[in-house]
Write a protein that binds this ligand. Sequence first.
Ligand code: HAM
Length: 430
Amino acid sequence: MSQKINGVKGMNDLLPGELGGDMAPVEVWQHVERTTRELFARFGYGEIRTPMVEDTALFVRSVGEETDIVGKEMYTFEDKGGRSLSLRPEGTAPAVRAFIEHSVANQEPLTRWYYIGPMFRYERMKTGRYRQFFQIGAEAIGSREAAQDVELMDMVVQLLEALGLKEVSLNLNSLGDDACRPAYHQKLVEYLTAHREELCGDCQRRLETNPMRVLDCKNEKCQAVVQAAPNILQFLCEPCKAHFDEVKRKLDALGVKYVVNPKIVRGLDYYTRTTFEFIAAHPALGTASTVGGGGRYDKLLKGLGGPDLPAVGFGLGLDRLTLLLKESGQKFSTPPDVFIAVADEGSGDAAFALASKLRREGLKVEFDTRGGSLKSQMKRADKTKARYTLVLGQAERESGKGQLKRMADGQQFPVALSEIVQTVRSAPPA
Ligand code: HAM
């Protein structure tokens, strides 16, 4: 027997119904995607689709060489032309690259984009953390104002509301800018250096490369050290403080709840000023509780050779959102309206044609292409949870009439074969 080949570790198959194991059924994914598209359109965001693969340098220069994402987690390879390419680990850098490449700034003063698609990070896997995962992301380029930050956070809040996801809290912070962050950085390094021996091995290394990441290390020993670390918010310069105050004021005015959390430093280097994370307190996610994060990146466009424009955005983990929704017990798959069963051999073609016609007219119709006995077809009808069954045999063909059987209670509805759609649509629920 040939050996079977499995999918790549950390990359999941999404299957319909109950077939997909731990992952949420694909119908849940479709529901989240549909809800997102509808809602984001209301906010004036247009969809972009960028390639899954980019020049490696794009991520090195934006996400940052010293980050875990670029340093340890990227799928990087050389193509046949000797170029270093990487599977995208996130969506902001590709969006900015596309914005610059298509000279979008010359065509509109304020750009609002969103994307839904797979990202790739070679991470240690667990529930809610995968090597291919999906993000819903949005980026707004061109506005420096706090209103833009708040519009994005409001969009996430409204999405979570529309999905019926509660127990997600918005954590808000500011990382300052080039004017005020260096002084904070220096104080933090001094403090952490004095506690170096108490930090985990990773954080001892981070102290040299990316000290702010020590603040969000999950290790208990590091958490204890971080408790008394200098607070970034006390170091903000006047303009950064004014921006942060305005963000909070506008969130309050919209009635959006948040907690200020100076430990929200994010794992990517491009942030300035506002940063935020949406954190879910739900056992289904274990420690992978951050369902989304984002912030301002006012220096990134210029840093990637583009115009000097401010920007802000977020990314949501679609895998995590769907896991939460799966737990919520809501149902997203709709059963067939009608199952067409064949009563005798001579009626197969007519039943097949009737199923086709009803689908054209808008019904969701099941038909067992394997044929088989009426009994086995009825079993199949039960299994598909079809609302109605119609058995087509010689008598029905000759009279042009049949019986629609409502599966929930067995009640029969006489129907002209030419009027099945109207009858199904108007029949009262069982
Ligand atoms: P991020 O925090 O790296 O930000 O990722 C955003 C979200 O993607 C996370 O909060 C999490 O829900 C999900 N995520 C990340 N890694 C994984 C994984 N291995 N498995 C499952 N889900 C994961 C960004 O990527 C930024 N580009 C967000 C942004 C947009 N900032 C500004 N604009």
